[in-house]
Design a binder for this molecule. Structure first.
Ligand SMILES: *[C@@H]1O[C@H](CO)[C@@H](O)[C@H](O)[C@H]1NC(C)=O
Ligand SMILES: *[C@@H]1O[C@H](CO)[C@@H](O)[C@H](O)[C@H]1NC(C)=O
Ligand SMILES: *[C@@H]1O[C@H](CO)[C@@H](O)[C@H](O)[C@H]1NC(C)=O
Ligand SMILES: *[C@@H]1O[C@H](CO)[C@@H](O)[C@H](O)[C@H]1NC(C)=O
Ligand SMILES: *[C@@H]1O[C@H](CO)[C@@H](O)[C@H](O)[C@H]1NC(C)=O
Ligand SMILES: [Zn+2]
Length: 506
């Protein structure tokens, strides 16, 4: 019935036919397309890295593994880490990442570097360990030669050694102690931690619970040594540790001052290096809670300046910690934080900033203020994408963002790690490093779990061996080490890297 078509309809049909016949001309140029894809990939973290033959072979192995991993219906990065952990443990990508020399861990807190099980099985099994039950369903510890004085809002002290001696089976007791020292749980994490408020509350309670263990001198030393061991075993060669530097006590109740704490950290680091010559070392970033009053903060900054002067090699600088959303913003402390500059003294800053999804609040200005105070790096920077100017400044000034994927997920800023904002940062080679923040609180350890989430989760299929290499190099490049030290550290890392590649490329 073509003849029956009205004129306009006939014209339209004709046009359609014409378009159909010439459609080859309307497909965008495949060569241009190919070139643009390549160009975009070259913009990502590691996109400019020229791979050796061995690295290319390892890359194709990794690529196949990742394709397989991404087809899983139970794709680990899409799940809460507490549920994903067992799956990740059996992933072949994860076991490669464990073996990979990852360089440095630049955002780790001293109170959370050792798995909670060590605290239970080692620290609480030592003699003279007392425990009490608080009114808010938590626990406290105190090592003492005789029963300590009863604490307010806590049961009478119980000597754990005697309590355990009375029990036939200590598993339940040990599990309940452990449950108080970590956020990790085998129950449904969404039910146990329905909101940021609940998870932060438990987080802070866990630090209070472990305080009496951590600050006992013999435990303190062994804890730190064990922490270095865990990172070293995970192929991390250098750490910059956020440390609260508390007073440390002995069995007789006597206390050591903060300088002693720094000195002990330094001694244990030296000992560890002696025992493991291929470990590069550690530096300390003194960290104080952001809830202090302005006058208290002035005192703290003065203390930090003194430590920086007394331990110029071992101290890296200063930071403020604690929940940003409920704490005080950096600008609130502008007088205290400008003290070093005013005095013409050096105190490098390493501020946590932008660990929030509250847009436009005072707290949300922390990112800008951190840069205005010349921060050396940005801790988390989760909110950075919403601040294009700050992002631009951080890029051109080389102020790296310390990305801690598992932390951000557990603390409920992002649910599915494919949606982490660092995906965008890494797609344009923004200066980033990957770190683990508080591994023991999250039931992880070292750096490999966070590398897995970054590489498989928000790295996607495009993140490759070049990405991993660049991330490891970034961790040295953006560390507080001097240029000369960085050269040494790079040389040490390169040796490890070449060995890793040659042993795993087939
Ligand atoms: C705890 O660990 C330290 C250091 O590794 C070790 O010397 C000590 O024997 C351990 N103590 C217990 C009770 O396991
Ligand atoms: C341990 O108990 C003593 C009192 O007996 C107290 O002075 C000290 O602060 C307590 N230490 C900790 C870490 O709670
Ligand atoms: C101790 O109790 C736990 C759980 O209550 C159980 O799994 C374990 O088998 C028990 N151990 C012994 C030695 O009876
Ligand atoms: C913490 O300790 C209290 C007191 O023993 C216990 O009732 C509670 O179950 C523990 N919490 C967890 C999460 O295990
Ligand atoms: C930050 O660095 C700039 C440039 O070196 C300097 O002018 C400024 O005084 C510094 N600001 C602070 C708060 O130290
Ligand atoms: Zn942190």
């Amino acid at each position: 019935m073509a003849a029956g078509l009205q004129r306009p309809q006939a014209a339209a049909a004709c046009l359609l036919l014409l378009r159909y016949l010439s459609c080859g001309l309307c497909i965008p140029d495949p060569k241009l397309r190919e070139a643009l894809i390549k160009q975009e990939i070259s913009m990502q973290t590691g996109g400019q890295v020229v791979l050796t033959d061995a690295e290319q072979r390892l890359d194709s192995v990794l690529f196949k593994m990742k394709q397989k991993e991404m087809m899983r219906p139970d794709f680990p990065p899409a799940m809460h880490f507490f549920k994903a952990r067992e799956l990740i443990k059996t992933s072949p990508i994860f076991s490669l990442l464990q073996k990979m020399p990852k360089g440095a861990a630049l955002h780790v807190h001293d109170l959370s570097m050792v798995n909670a099980e060590w605290l239970v099985k080692n620290a609480t099994y030592r003699p003279h360990c007392y425990m009490c039950y608080t009114d808010s369903n938590s626990i406290r510890f105190n090592f003492s030669s005789q029963a300590p004085e009863k604490q307010l809002n806590c049961s009478p002290w119980i000597l754990l050694e005697s309590l355990r001696a009375k029990l036939i089976n200590t598993t339940d007791l040990d599990n309940s102690i452990m449950g108080n020292l970590t956020l990790f749980t085998n129950q449904d994490p969404e039910t146990v931690y329905p909101s940021q408020e609940v998870v932060w509350d438990k987080f802070e309670k866990a630090f209070q619970a472990m305080w009496g263990l951590f600050t006992y001198a013999p435990v303190f030393r062994d804890y730190y040594y064990q922490g270095l061991t865990e990172f070293y075993t995970d192929n991390v060669m250098y750490l910059e540790l956020r440390a609260v530097l508390p007073e440390i006590y002995e069995l007789d109740g006597s206390c050591h001052c903060v300088a002693w704490t720094v000195k002990t950290y330094q001694e244990v680091t030296r000992q560890f290096k002696k025992d493991h010559p291929d470990f590069y070392g550690a530096r300390i970033i003194f960290s104080h809670n952001r809830n202090a009053s302005p006058s208290k903060m002035t005192e703290i900054v003065q203390k930090a300046l003194k430590l920086q002067q007394d331990f110029p090699i071992f101290m890296a600088g200063f930071d403020l910690v604690g929940r940003e959303d409920t704490g005080r913003p950096l600008w609130y402390f502008r007088d205290a934080l400008s003290l070093p500059g005013d005095k013409g003294m050096t105190l490098p800053f390493f501020f946590h900033a932008g660990e929030t999804n509250l847009e436009g609040t005072d707290v949300d200005q922390n990112l800008l203020d951190a840069l205005l105070f010349n921060t050396s790096r940005i801790g988390h920077g989760f909110a950075l994408l919403r601040h294009p100017l700050v992002k631009y400044k951080s890029r051109i000034e080389g102020v790296a963002v310390e990305v801690c994927p598992i932390s951000n997920q557990v603390m409920k800023l992002v649910k599915d790690l494919r949606n982490h904002p660092a995906a965008a940062l890494m797609s344009e080679n923004h200066p980033v490093v990957i770190s683990s923040d508080d591994p023991s609180m999250f039931g992880s350890s070292g750096l490999s779990y966070d590398f897995y989430e970054a590489f498989v989760g928000f790295g996607g299929l495009r993140a490759n061996i070049g990405t991993l290499k660049e991330l490891a190099k970034n961790s040295i490049r953006y560390s507080s080490l001097t240029p000369k030290q960085q050269k040494e550290a790079f040389a040490l890392w390169q040796k490890k890297w070449d060995k890793f590649v040659s042993e795993n490329a087939f």
